[in-house]
Design a binder for this molecule. Sequence first.
Ligand code: NAP
Length: 282
Amino acid sequence: MLVGLIGHPVAHSKSPQMQHAAFTHIGLSDWRYELWDTPPEALPARMRELGEREDIAGCNVTIPHKQVVMPYLDEVSPHARAIGAVNTLFKRGRALLGDNTDWIGFLADLAFHGVDVHAGTQALVLGAGGSARAVVYALVSRGARVWMHNRTPARAQHLLDDLARSPYAREAREHCAVVASPLDPACRAVNLIVNCTPVGMWPHEDNSPWPDRTPFPAGVTLYDLVYKPRRTKLMRQAEAAGARAIGGIGMLAEQGAAAFERWTGVPAARVSAIMREAIQDA
Ligand code: NAP
């Protein structure tokens, strides 16, 4: 069977190494993960091919198609609808379904690191793009309170308004708010900070979304979705202030394991460790 990645560009992806490690581990020797570079004008033909070919079990979806593929699908999971983006397509019979595994990967990696998200969690989310949508949804689904800080505040407000309209994340209306600064007094008691901006990502590793000399709340855990470099400037700042810092590579592995489960029926828990190892090596 074949699975793959549709997006544009896709050449940089480490998903083939990660998924092949899982196929080998489970003994699925006739499964292959391919990179299917799909510029926007080629998307309709790609979607037709995905639906028609019986040797294709599904695919991952990345930029710029995470939203525009939705109308091509027979069904979109309630989670992906609430988030407003799909990153995994899979088949049930002849139907092509869409789901979002980023929010699952985020929660699974926090759990892996012993961080439980619950009604007592107070989180500050930096950024309001695609990944922030999945992260805020994940946090709200566990009853956490969320403050969002974004360079463009209106975009953060738009994200919260969208979430609050979804029947699956109505709590967003009472549980989330936009703040103009991470130093807003409302954020004083946050115990989790999540970076959903690309600031600090290779090759701009000297940058950080956290202004120098801005204190971190006491006892906070910092989660940086950026995974290249493995240890970002933001993580170093947090650790220097006595905070715990976790990088985004585990989320990458866990979202891949959740996609693997949808394609093969093999539980994500059986492959997540092997996928973590493979992505570290890659
Ligand atoms: P995105 O949709 O492009 O959103 C980026 C967000 O960051 C926007 O809110 C943007 O603010 C903000 N931003 C960008 N440059 C900034 C700057 N110089 N200063 C302040 N804010 C800035 O990106 P995304 O898909 O959410 O991805 C964000 C990061 O997460 C990337 O590094 C990506 O690789 C990583 N990621 C990791 C995983 C994982 O599994 N670990 C999964 C998904 C994404 P404006 O709204 O003002 O433009």
